[in-house]
Design a protein around this ligand. Structure first.
Ligand code: SR1
Ligand code: MG
Length: 421
């Protein structure tokens, strides 16, 4: 195989059956393999391939945006960036991402571990089911990738080479730059929202000049601050879980960006799940308990991030930034801790802003989330979406004044009261 050709369930066994990495993991004769296309994301083909020994996932990029169709062409190189992100994430936080079994750049395909019996976190949350260790695991992953892929830890030549490599993922960055930071704030062609119920709130947000300025400040951080390797699309559809296991998938949007980007997107998704819960958990007491749990996960995600980041700051600060020669080696341990606190405070501020724009784009832009879109009755959906829109606005505008996680959770709780659009 050299010239790119999309796989089909019928062609896959013949085309991949000769690869030992695949054949050994699947087992049996390729003609006997079961192949199912299960891609429900916005961009790619995803196949589950099963045989006598087990199963694997085959993910292949399509030359267009699947969500929109071939009217939106998209390069195939994202598979290369996803592969490169996966192998780095495996190094900095082993066991969290699926193992890569085979990568074919020309076919834009990755064969990887099939995570069984994991399901997408978004579906788990819509069912009102908990995941033990979710906040701890996600905070740790975000801290490890943020720290270990940055100038706090890496040799600067290697870090700069990675900045150069991932700067090639320009097409996918362009999607985020457009769909997250710009389109929600004007009447862009691909936008959609719950109408007519949200029309006046949407008009109010788009008329908010301060909000548009802040959204562009955040976009400038996204484009200019090549601090660390970000997953790039860390929402609840990029996380697979069981009741007590957390795995992270789909880093095709990987890029070098601000340390608060991934954790901010993630927190935005937890807060939207919090607002959507009344539509998915019928029993009043169970609903309140589940919303408490979501806020607890939000808290733990941040506290676990901060704790891990502090540990890495003490133990693994081997890069060019805040060198020990300036602090610990001079007996200035307190200054080193102060510097770490200041970096964490800056990350927290960014987190709030990125959470806010994520909440806006999932309600106003092209790519929505199932928590809201699956609510068929728009009179039920709209007030819940309005809560996320308002909280998102407050996070973007007030982020420099929201200095700790308790204040964020307090704002989330007060955004939950009242049913007005
Ligand atoms: C056109 S792609 C739309 C969205 O899907 C991906 O999962 C990213 O979130 C992107 O913004
Ligand atoms: Mg994805």
């Amino acid at each position: 195989m050299s010239e790119y050709e999309p796989l089909t369930p019928a062609s896959l066994p013949k085309r991949l059956g000769g690869l030992s990495a695949v054949a050994d993991a699947v087992g049996g004769a390729p003609e006997a393999w079961s192949v199912e296309e299960v891609g429900d994301g916005n961009l790619n083909l995803v196949f589950i391939v099963g045989g006598s020994a087990g199963s694997v996932i085959v993910k292949q990029a399509l030359p267009y945006v699947r969500l929109v169709g071939d009217s939106w062409p998209l390069g195939l190189q994202r598979a290369f960036f996803e592969y490169n992100a996966l192998i780095r994430q495996e190094t900095v936080d082993p066991g969290v991402v699926p193992a890569v079994l085979h990568f074919d750049e020309a076919q834009a395909l990755i064969v990887m571990e099939h995570l069984v019996p994991h399901i997408i976190l978004r579906n788990q949350m819509m069912a009102g089911d908990r995941v033990a260790g979710l906040g701890e695991g996600m905070g740790r992953f975000c801290a490890r990738t943020a720290f270990r892929c940055s100038d706090l830890h890496m040799a600067t030549d290697k870090k700069k080479a990675d900045v150069a490599l991932f700067s090639g993922n320009a097409e996918l960055c362009d999607i985020t730059e457009t769909l997250v930071f710009t389109d929600p704030y004007f009447d862009a062609e691909l936008n959609r929202h719950t109408t007519p119920q949200l029309d006046s709130l949407v008009a109010e947000l788009r008329a908010n000049e301060a909000l548009k300025i802040e959204a562009q400040h955040l976009k400038r951080a996204f484009t200019a601050r090549a601090e660390t390797l970000c997953h790039g699309d860390l929402h609840s559809g990029s996380i697979m879980v069981t009741g007590d296991s957390v795995r992270i998938i789909d880093p095709e949007f990987a890029f070098y960006g601000p340390m608060g980007f991934d954790i901010g997107m993630l927190v935005g998704n937890f807060l939207m799940a919090f607002h959507a819960t009344p539509a998915h958990v019928a029993d009043r007491a169970a609903r309140a308990a589940y919303q408490d749990w979501l806020l607890d996960v939000t808290r733990t995600t941040w506290t676990s991030f901060a704790a891990e980041f502090r540990t890495l700051w003490e133990r693994e600060r081997t890069g060019i930034l805040y060198p020990r020669t300036l602090y610990e080696d001079q007996g200035h341990e307190a200054a080193s801790k102060r510097a770490c606190d200041q970096v964490l405070a800056e990350i927290f501020t960014d987190l709030l802003g990125f959470a806010g724009v994520e909440m806006h784009r999932r309600i106003l832009g092209l790519a929505h989330i199932a928590e809201f879109d699956s609510i068929e009755d728009s009179d039920i959906r709209a007030p819940l979406e309005a809560k996320s829109l308002r909280l998102g606005r407050d996070l973007v505008l007030q982020r420099r004044n929201i200095t700790d996680i308790d204040r964020l959770l307090g704002l989330a709780r007060s955004s939950e009261t009242g049913d007005n659009i």
